[in-house]
Ligand binder design. Sequence first.
Ligand SMILES: [Zn+2]
Length: 168
Amino acid sequence: MKNHPDDLLSAYIDNELNADENRLIEEHLAYCEQCQTLYEDLLQIKFQVSSAFQDFEAPENLEQRIINEINLNSAANLKSKSITKAWIALPVAGILAVLTVFILSGPVFVKLISILFKFIAVLIFVIPSVLTSVPSLFGASILFSIFMLIFSSFYLRRLLRTNMNGRG
Ligand SMILES: [Zn+2]
């Protein structure tokens, strides 16, 4: 026989073939290594499926599996939540830095800084909404925040120097 009865092997394992078909398969399996391997694979799959059903019937095992699954999911959720917090916290740090400058600057630069602050605030509220859909821009958020912190400290120093000069 040239043709391999591989489409009948599954039915043979499930005992769904008639006597002639059974004999045909048995004769073929006796000499065909390829179909023997397939037959063993199918038997293995059937064994695994039936043992999976046994596991399903065993409440302890199932319970443990569900607990493991929940733990994995909550761990994954915690991880993604902490990442979300990180990219919110950095721009917020930037806002706080700008606010510090704003508070310390006094009335002379209030208008200028409020314009700057509004501009940066708009950027801060726009950028995270873009970042939620594009996580790869997370780095850009960090760079933006670092830039804002450096800019703020530079600006604060300049203001303090100006104030001192004004007094002197
Ligand atoms: Zn064969």
